[in-house]
Each structure stands twice: as C-alpha cells, then as structure tokens.
Design a protein around this ligand. Structure first.
Ligand code: AMP
Ligand code: ZN
Length: 478
C-alpha cells in the first residue's frame, strides 16, 4: 500500500443517499459513464461544472491506481425541450429556427464543447460516444425490451414504468401518480412512462430519422445512455455521473431500462453520483434563455479558464455554488498566489536536497478519499506552496497533488493569469513601455508626469497597482 491508496475511497452514492466504500466491479479497474452535453447550443459554465466534477472523479480513480475507462456521450438526437418527455427535439428545433443542417449544428457545438473541455484541462475520456452512431444498437435494445416492458401509442414506443420494481427510487419521488410530471401524452398508462422511440408525426419530416419496427423516427434520450453505457462498459459498471437534475428523471429512466434489459434488479451502476448546480443571482442558469454565461465569455473578459476550474474545486461538488465575477476574480487571485509560491520554490529547489514528500501526499489522500474533499486538498497545496524550506520536496508534492486538481501548476505562470480582455485596444508592449516611462518619471521625481501616465492608462481601462504584493502590477477592469 502506498501513500495514495492508504485511505479507502469513499463516495456519496445517490442511490442510497449515503457515503459508501468504493469497491470496483472489476479488480484494479474503474469504469465511469458521464452524461454529456446536448449539442444544440454552447454549454454554459454551469454545464461545465458537471465535467469538471467528472474529471475530478476520474483523476481520483487514477490517483488511487485504478485503470480508468471513462465514457462521455454527446447527445445529438432525442433530447426534448422538457426532460419529462414533452416538447420538441432540441436539435431539430435549433435547426429549424436557424435554417441549418442538424449535422452542422451538432458538429459546431460539439467542437465548441471540446474547446471548453481543453481550456479547463479536463482529461480526454477513453470514448466520446456519439448518440447517432449507436442508433442500430438502440433499435435492437428496444426490440429486446418491447414485449415485456413497452406499449405503442401514436407517438411511438413507450416504456411502462409499472413493469419495473421500485421505479424512481433514485429520485425518491412518489411515482405512482407521477409527481411533478405533466401528463400531456394521451394514452400513457402511467404519468412517468416515457418514449423510448419517437415516431415522426404524420405529415412532418425530420432531418434525423431512422426506420424501426415502430415507424420512422428517432430514439428517446434516456434510451441512448442505457445503450451506450452498456455497450462500452458492460453492466454493471462502477459509476454513472451527471448533474443533480438527472437524478429526478433521466437517471431513473435509464435505471428502469437497464433493469428491463438485464432482467435483474440492479440499477446498472454501483454508484450514481451527481454534482450540484452552479447558480447565478437570478437562480438556475439556462442555455435556452438567450443570454448565458459561457466559458468563452470569461476568457474574452480576460479571466484565465483555470480560475473557473479552481472556483469549482473550492466548493464541494455536492454543494450549490453561486457564480459571481467577484468569486471568480478571488479564485484567480488564489491561483496566482499558489503560482507565486511555486515560482519561489523553483528558484530555491536546485540548492535544496530532496527527501520525501509523503507526509503531505498522505494528507491529500485522506482528504480526497472522503468523498472528494477538494476544498481541503487546495488548502494543503496552498500551504505547501507557501513554505520556504525543502523546496524540491515541496515542488514534487505540489506537482503530484496537481494530478488531482488539474490546475496545470507545472506549466502555468503568473503572467498567464494577468487579466486581459480580448477587446482591449492597447497591447501589452504598449503597457510595459508606459510602465517603464512611469518608473523613470518617478525615479526623476517628476510625479506629475508619473500621474499623467497613470491617468492615460486608466482612460484605456488599465489599472496600475503600485507595490502590489501579488505582483499583478497592472490589470484591466472587467
Ligand atoms: P445538458 O447539455 O443540458 O444535457 O447538460 C449537461 C450537463 O450539465 C448535465 O449533466 C446537467 O445535469 C448539467 N447541468 C446543467 N445545468 C447545470 C448547472 N447550472 N450547474 C451544474 N451542472 C449543470
Ligand atoms: Zn444520459
């Protein structure tokens, strides 16, 4: 047993609402499925919290020595505007509104999502499973459960949730009467029943449709995740993740299908884990509501995306987190302080003997093993960065810890973190030149000239920070 495996990994399981010991289904391996984005629009920063969480979980499993197989899906068909089986297909709707091909829309937003993934230093999963690549398997899967668990209506093939024992136990909802659901589909046997195959309505055409025994149409969103997770990971696998909203409808429906298809009571995954929401002042973030916060907006305003990652890690993944620009800038400052410490350690390291970094790694392992206590891990990393002795050990420890945090601490520099909005006209060279002129004016005791330069820069949005202990030197107002 080494210092990374000395504490048993414990994770909160939404199925039991308890913290449980993680024991893998397959010795030495960890298999994780994450519900990915519906690519009809850009992801907002709340969505990205779900992937920072999934990445942290994956990094933790790797840290613990498990061979990780992580799958994240891309939903390019089937997700309706209402999770509870109502409304239009999100991608068909976007394509009609913008008079564009659905495939172009899916490609554009998938690429935008991958850009955010990269900017947040989220590791590549073993598979990005694209829903439209699995439609034949989905049809086969649906055929396999149709007789015993489904019925047909005009709208398509519906799953009868009463054919499953304990339907909805993940959501803990009183599902007999379909609590919280609006029953708009005539003929449904139970309010919670959901379409696993949606027929293209008479007289309408869809850009994406496939032949099936239940007519031309498209698969239901819930079906997709059951099929892809089973195809790529086998049942049962270790952990299924998603945002907390999925605990109510999407995941209970996946579980119902998994039970129907496997013929056993097992939910399909040993752990179901959910991140809580990132919210803004106005409440729930939404990418359907026109104006929304994208990671690219943060970047355009000059905030390094890893400051956003740190902001997520400061909170526990099961706590709601409120977004504000002040919180984000505070996270940026915190990251910068860590980097200043690292730079100081780097200067000293060549002259320091190395010993061992086990003590702090042991503490980090203890914190991360307690249901991913990243707030504590950050504090440990921060305190190591602030130390002045044993520089090479400290550095080694910080780099190891960053395997969990993913803040790119070995490469990032404090200059990378300077706030610099993309739309500002003045260049960095111009700022530096002005700063040098001002320095000279001060040395010449020409304070009027020094003040004039300060005012000139301020007029262009550049704030100077004389004697700033964090050595920001200047920043640009956002
Ligand atoms: P979607 O693309 O809408 O299917 O959402 C992608 C992921 O983001 C899902 O796991 C959602 O549960 C999650 N999610 C949606 N909104 C938020 C939010 N405000 N904070 C955290 N996660 C969210
Ligand atoms: Zn899913």
């Amino acid at each position: 047993m080494n210092e990374r495996t000395s504490h048993p990994l414990k994770l909160f399981n939404s199925l039991t609402r308890e913290i449980e010991l993680f024991t893998p289904v397959h010795e030495g391996e960890a298999r994780v499925y994450t519900c990915g984005p519906t690519v009809y629009n850009y992801p907002h920063i709340g969505n990205m919290r779900a992937y920072v969480f999934a990445d942290l979980l994956g990094r933790t499993l790797s840290w613990k020595g498990y061979k990780l197989t992580h799958v994240i899906n891309i939903t390019d068909v089937g997700h309706l505007t209402d999770d509870a089986d109502d409304g239009e297909d999100k991608l068909e709707k976007a394509a009609a509104e913008r008079a564009q091909s659905i495939w172009d829309i899916a490609k554009h937003y998938t690429e935008a999502y991958w850009e955010d993934i990269k900017a947040l230093n989220i590791r590549q999963p073993a598979h990005w499973s694209i829903a439209t690549d699995y439609v034949p398997q989905m049809i086969e899967y649906a055929k396999g459960i149709a007789d015993q668990h489904c019925y047909e209506l005009d709208g398509g093939l519906y799953f009868d949730v009463s054919t499953i024992a304990n339907y909805g136990s993940l959501a803990r909802a009183a599902t007999e009467d379909g609590e919280g659901r609006i029953d708009t589909v005539e003929g449904k046997r139970n309010a919670a029943d959901f379409a696993i195959w949606r027929k293209t309505p008479e007289g309408e055409t869809r850009q994406m449709e496939w032949d099936s025994p239940w007519g031309k149409g498209a698969p239901g969103w819930h079906l997709e995740c059951s099929v892809m997770s089973e195809a790529l990971l086998g049942l049962p696998f270790d952990i299924h993740t998603g945002g907390i909203d999925h605990r109510e409808i999407h995941h209970p429906n996946e579980i119902a299908q998994n039970q129907a298809h496997s013929g056993c009571d097992h939910s399909g995954a040993h752990f179901w884990m959910h991140n809580n929401f990132l919210i803004d002042r106005a409440g729930k973030m939404s990418k359907s509501a026109g104006e929304f916060l994208r990671l690219q907006l943060l970047i355009e305003k000059g905030i390094h995306p890893l400051a956003y990652r740190l902001m997520c890690l400061q909170a526990h993944y099961r706590s709601e987190l409120e977004f504000s620009w002040d919180n984000l800038v505070a996270a940026l400052t915190r990251l910068k302080r860590i980097l200043i410490g690292i730079e100081r350690l780097r200067e000293k390291a060549p002259n320091e003997p190395s010993g061992n970094a086990d003590m702090s790694i042991h503490q980090v392992d203890e914190a991360i093993s307690e249901d991913l206590n990243t707030a504590r891990v950050l504090v440990i990393a921060e305190s190591i960065a602030a130390m002045k002795d044993h520089a090479s050990d400290r550095l080694e420890a910080i780099y190891k810890i960053d395997e969990l945090l993913g803040l790119d601490l070995a490469r990032l520099t404090r200059v990378d973190l300077r706030i610099r909005p993309k739309n500002i006209a003045i260049t960095e060279n111009e700022i530096e030149t002005k700063l040098n002129e001002r320095q000279q004016a001060k040395a010449d005791k020409d304070f009027a000239a020094a003040d004039a330069i300060r005012d000139e820069l301020a007029a262009q949005g550049v704030d100077l920070m004389d004697g700033d202990p964090l050595r920001w030197e200047w920043s640009i107002s956002i």
